[in-house]
Design a protein around this ligand. Structure first.
Ligand code: 1Q0
Length: 215
């Protein structure tokens, strides 16, 4: 479809995916989790081509998860909890070095999970930022506290350069398409506890099964 036909991006709808991915008994629905990431990558792409190298990897990871869902074993991948159980019970995860299962669901989701921590930290900074705050600074601080520790030097450098090209806070708020800056702040305040809960549940599950270092 032509670009103009794409639905206009609204960040609150995207963040709603992270809300609705949580079931009553605290399971995380993969379809919704992935939908949240798909929306975020659309947002990334709207920021310009410099950011496409970042969203490209996220898009690859999303596609791997969709492939698992569409596979004959798709029903095992309904929730993060069922996926972990299925892949571990059947020896489908490379736990110490990459070999037979470079695209396991557990490994792939771990990369998105680490990026979710960055998102949480970045959005929290945006929410509490003053009008004249620099998005590049907020973004790199959030990155350094989270994803950076998992990235080699070259990627860290490239990410740092991309951050410098980020638009200012007010442009950011406009592209979110949520409303006034005050409304954005309220929306972020609503969404962040849920993102944080999804992150923490995944972190605890992965810790319990010793999956936090999948290579
Ligand atoms: C808006 C600015 C966005 C800044 C995003 C920060 C992340 C920077 C990371 C950059 C590097 C990505 C290049 C590839 C890395 C992979 O090597 C790595 C590991 O995978 P593998 O298979 O090699 O072991 N992959 C990852 O760590 C996954 C990284 C995914 C990054 C996903 C970011 C995409 C989403 C962005 C949403 C931005 C929306 C902001 C919304 C705010 C609203 C105003």
């Amino acid at each position: 479809a032509a670009l103009s036909e794409e639905p206009k991006f609204c960040l609150s709808e995207v963040l709603d995916s992270f809300k609705t991915c949580l079931t009553e008994n605290k399971e995380i629905i993969i379809d919704q989790y992935v939908a949240g990431w798909r929306g975020l990558t659309r947002f990334m792409n709207s920021l310009g081509t410099i950011f496409s190298f970042i969203s490209k990897d996220a898009v690859d990871k999303i596609q791997i998860m969709v492939k698992h869902r569409n596979d004959v074993n798709g029903p095992r991948y309904v929730t993060v909890q069922s996926m972990v159980k299925y892949e571990l019970d059947n020896g489908l995860v490379d736990l110490t070095k990459r070999s037979s299962f470079p695209e396991s669901g557990c490994r792939t989701l771990l990369r998105l999970h680490r990026a979710l921590r960055w998102l949480e930290l970045f959005l929290e900074r945006l929410r509490t930022s003053a009008e004249d705050s620099k998005t590049s600074v907020m973004c790199s601080e959030a990155y350094n506290e989270s994803l950076a520790q998992f990235h080699p030097w070259l990627i860290r450098k490239a990410a740092g350069m991309a951050f410098c090209a980020l638009p200012g806070r007010s442009t950011f708020f406009e592209v979110m398409n949520v409303g006034t800056p005050e409304q954005v702040v309220v929306m972020l305040g609503d969404a962040l506890p849920l993102i944080s809960e999804v992150y923490q549940l995944t972190e605890d599950l992965y810790l319990k099964h010793k999956l936090l270092d999948i290579p």
